[in-house]
Ligand binder design. Structure first.
Ligand code: PXG
Length: 284
């Protein structure tokens, strides 16, 4: 494994950054998780664009152009000879003094790790999963815009711990008004009366790239879609439910907080979207 740090490649054992890097000290930085399918990087432009938008929002100037970053990612995939896998692209504020002041950081740290994907077992895609609602809430969007994919995931981690303690893979996070936002690392969709609904980003959802891909796919299948406000009641009484994310792709949800969704099996629209997504990643 060759890891890219600021334009150089290092073996895993030698890939090190300073303990004074503000990415480590304060979670000050942004990141992307990206998939490689058949040697090609899926939705690379979209991921790079989101990375730069996250960086802009936190006043982090990335010292490489968008095109240069795309080339760096493709270069890292090539050097690692990865046909199918996962890319973790990170830009931290860089090394600075102790103290949160980012003006002490002279140069951002750019890191690209190309690795294998930790996929969920196939049975979950067929049979669906059960999830819970976490008591840990999403950071309010007027405090930190949920579209910023920052290196600080602490309250999502707290919600993930709740999911694991309940023997679940994922947990729904509500915003402070009690509306559904998303899961700890996945967006959430429901199907109600043949319409596809997902929480809007103003409610606290990350603008997921898999989410956008699914919405595009649904539109071309003439399935109506809507970004809106959803409560737990809407999920409990939905016909179908599924999660989307770079890692999970599309994963059906058949139970939440002890309530069975629909008939307790992966729904017909979910199955069509899973099939469509599989075809898409084979041929993009
Ligand atoms: N919500 C949150 C909070 C996320 O972190 C998504 C939704 C789905 O977005 P995309 O663009 O991937 O469809 C994410 C994505 C990881 C990892 O290593 C996390 C994500 C993606 C890939 C890997 O934990 N989060």
């Amino acid at each position: 494994m060759k890891i890219y740090i600021n334009g150089e490649y290092y073996d895993k054992a030698d890939a090190q950054i300073s303990v004074f890097d503000h990415g480590l000290l304060y979670g000050d930085g942004v990141f992307e998780g990206i998939r490689i399918y058949n040697g090609r990087v899926f939705k690379l432009k979209e991921h790079i664009e989101r990375l730069y938008q996250s960086a802009k929002a936190i006043l982090l100037e990335i010292p490489v152009s968008n095109g240069g970053m795309e080339e760096a990612v493709i270069g890292a995939v090539k050097i690692n000879k990865k046909e199918n896998g996962y890319i973790r692209l990170m830009v931290t504020r860089g090394e600075g003094l102790l103290g949160i002041d980012p003006t002490t950081c002279r140069r951002p740290t750019i890191i690209i790790i190309v690795s294998d994907i930790q996929a969920y077992p196939e049975k979950y895609y067929k049979n669906g999963i059960g999830i819970i609602t976490a008591s840990s809430r999403r950071i309010p969007s007027d405090c930190l815009d949920p579209r910023i994919k920052s290196l600080n995931y602490l309250n999502n981690i707290m919600a993930k711990i709740e999911a694991r303690q309940a023997n679940c893979l994922e947990a729904v996070m509500l915003n402070k008004e009690g509306f559904v936002t998303e899961c700890t690392g996945d967006n959430i969709f429901i199907v109600k009366n043949d319409e596809l609904l997902t929480p809007a980003s103003y409610q606290g959802a990350l603008d997921g790239i898999t989410m956008s891909t699914v919405i595009d796919m649904a539109n071309s299948l003439k399935i109506k879609t809507l970004k809106t406000s959803l409560t737990r009641y809407d999920i409990y009484n939905s016909d179908e439910c599924f999660l989307t994310g770079t890692g999970a792709e599309i994963i059906p949800v058949i139970k939440i907080d002890g309530r069975v969704i629909g008939n307790g099996r992966t729904g017909a629209i979910t199955r069509r979207l899973i099939k469509g997504f599989k075809e898409l990643v084979m041929e993009f």
